[in-house]
Ligand binder design. Structure first.
Ligand SMILES: [Zn+2]
Length: 150
């Protein structure tokens, strides 16, 4: 296990020690996986009704609008649910580690399935304030979250 390095380009701290598989980068998901290169989380946003959506789809699930664009988010959220994974599902992903759904502050119900990093297993709780950071894997910058420093 090699801890990943501090990323000078984005100023984000990568104290995550897993070797992650690169997610499939498609026309629809590419912007999501690569936008973290500059340290900013971006999601698809509907210009008709103002709702964010995730995962990205060509049509807004709220208003059926098609005028969608990628918008910056604050990267802040709270833990909505979580579990400790104790099985090695992928080579290089050493258990135990935290899997969580994080609800983003921008919109009720807007959640990412992700990992909580830089956090003791017994320190996580529902409602814990977290912020995004990114883990590099190939061309992807995978958004994960860490507790907000007090
Ligand atoms: Zn819409």
């Amino acid at each position: 296990m090699q801890p990943t390095d501090h990323d000078e380009a984005t100023g984000t701290r990568h104290r995550e020690s897993h070797e992650r598989a690169e997610p499939p980068i498609t026309e629809r998901t590419g912007q999501f996986w690569t936008s973290g290169a500059d340290g900013v989380l971006r999601l698809l946003h509907c210009r008709s009704c103002g709702r964010y959506q995730h995962p990205p789809r060509p049509v807004c699930p709220s208003c059926r609008g098609r005028d969608l664009g990628w918008e910056d988010l604050s990267g802040r959220g709270t833990v909505w649910s979580w579990t400790v994974n104790r099985y090695q599902w992928q080579p290089g992903m050493e258990p135990p580690y935290l899997i969580a759904e994080v609800e983003l502050v921008e919109q009720e119900g807007l959640r990412l399935l992700t990992n909580i990093v830089d956090c003791e297993l017994d320190a996580v709780r529902i409602g814990l304030p977290v912020e995004v950071c990114f883990v590099r894997s190939g061309a992807a910058h995978i958004p994960v979250f860490r507790p907000v420093s007090p």
